[in-house]
Design a protein around this ligand. Structure first.
Ligand code: PLP
Length: 443
């Protein structure tokens, strides 16, 4: 078959013809178990008719009305649902079409906040190495995923990147998780002082790191220290929960478990659960009121922001999560998934780490468990294992940092919250076979 689609891969991928529950079928009739919900997107499973009907109903009512003149019932209702879903005191929701737009919105919102308060010198955004915040040039420039940034480096504004918080890779021998977390957090303060606090607008951080290093949770006390540092220097804290939010790790936002409140938080994938492209940046009343107190507009917007059909889909997805008690399933099913991964890979000679929170888990592949040495980049181990898993009917999400020498290969497992124990057993069994098949092909 010839194709006129400019695919992201050199070879045309399989054609998806049906998606139901946790399964996707391709044009040859082959059925795959969607073990990572794409990139941690599918949270209620595929083909839920309750969402399909909500989409159809909204499309038949108002399919689109420009946000310069109109809001819509689903946008208003969705914003209220989201503010009520989290224990964080979030007061406003800016609705956009993708996680990258949500991150761009968040960093502009932070800058707008400082401007509205007359603090015009603050424009710099500090982020972390080994973090990903999106693929648009602005979001890519902020993030620390070196592989994805590399081709576009000459086009990017300067990045200010501090240490990640990744115990397995960066804690020193003898360091407790708490002392390591504090040391990692303190690298933020050192950078703020180096740049000049009066020039720094925000710190942008994934609560649980997703695409770059694979389900890496923060060390205990890390975020409390980060909040303290941001407050000391008048800097806004932006938690990027595009991947780890919306109950993926258990609570609505993963940062709720850290006992700190960010000023802005982004969410995406699990918001629309794949039924429509939708994401958001939520902020506290203090951030929003800085604009309204001085009668300022937030100069930002997209043609398809707060799209009524996307908002109706997200509302329906969030309703399904509530009606089916899916958020409550994440912790026990996540524990079961972790146990199965530990049983299968705990003694595996090439699995160095098993980590994650809730239904956001990953295994890290290493050439040597003791030294944690990764496989060379030329082995493309994560991609190789991904392909082996796909061949035996499992989709998982690969990631590799071996090219820049900082981290190894990982495979992310992030099934829908509706996943059953039997499905988890199948996912782990196929992942085990895929890892062994991928390793067997290595040079
Ligand atoms: N932020 C994080 C933490 C992500 O994981 C991603 C995507 O993986 C993004 C932002 C970008 O989202 P999108 O691909 O929807 O633009």
């Amino acid at each position: 078959m010839t194709t006129h689609v400019f695919h992201r891969t050199p070879v045309r991928p399989a054609i998806a013809t049906e998606a139901r529950g946790i399964e996707i079928t391709d044009e040859t009739g082959k059925v795959y178990i969607d073990g990572s919900g794409g990139a941690a997107v599918s949270c209620i499973g595929h083909g839920d008719m309750r969402v399909v009907e909500a989409i159809a109903k909204q499309a038949a009512t108002v399919e689109y009305a420009h946000t310069g003149a109109f809001t819509s019932p689903p946008a208003e209702e969705l914003a209220e649902v989201l503010c009520n879903a989290t224990t964080l005191p979030m007061a406003r929701v800016f609705l956009v079409g993708s996680g990258s737009e949500a991150v761009e919105t968040a960093v502009k919102m932070a800058r707008g906040y400082h401007l509205a308060r007359g603090d015009e010198g603050r424009f710099r955004v500090i982020a972390r190495r080994q973090s990903y915040h999106g693929n648009t040039l602005g979001a890519l420039a902020r993030g620390g995923n070196f592989g994805r940034r590399a081709p576009y480096l000459p086009m990017m504004t300067e990045a200010h990147l501090v240490d990640p918080c990744f115990e397995y890779r960066h804690a020193l021998p003898g360091e407790t998780p708490e002392t390591y977390g504090r040391r990692a957090a303190d690298s933020l303060e050192a950078e703020i002082l180096r740049l000049g606090p009066e020039t720094v607008s925000a710190f942008l951080v994934e609560t649980v790191v997703g695409a770059t290093t694979g389900a890496v949770p923060p060390a205990p006390g890390y975020f409390a220290r980060i909040r303290e540092i941001c407050d000391r220097h008048g800097i806004l804290l932006i938690a990027d929960e595009v991947m780890c939010g919306v109950n993926r790790c258990g609570p609505f936002f993963a940062i709720e478990d850290e006992g700190v409140c960010p000023d802005i938080v982004t969410l995406g994938k699990g918001l629309g659960g794949g039924y429509q492209p939708i994401a958001a940046a939520m902020c506290t009343a203090a951030v929003h009121d800085a604009f309204s107190d001085v009668g300022r507009s937030f100069i930002n917007g997209h043609t398809y922001m707060a799209h009524p059909v996307a908002c109706a889909a997200a509302l329906a997805v969030q309703q399904v999560i509530r009606d089916d008690g899916l958020a409550e399933r994440v912790a026990p099913m996540g524990t079961y998934l972790k146990q199965r991964l530990e049983a299968r890979f705990g003694n595996h000679p090439y699995v160095g780490d098993i980590r994650g929170q809730g239904l956001f888990q990953a295994i890290e592949i290493v050439a040597d468990r003791n030294s944690k040495t990764p496989f060379p980049a030329t082995e493309a181990m994560a991609s190789r294992i991904f392909a082996a898993c796909r061949d035996i009917g499992l989709l998982c999400y690969p990631g590799s940092g071996t090219a820049d020498g900082t981290i190894g290969d990982h495979l992310l497992v992030a099934p829908p919250y509706s996943v059953t124990t039997a499905e988890i057993d199948t996912i782990v069994e196929r992942l085990g076979d895929g890892v062994d098949a991928g390793l067997a092909q290595a040079g």
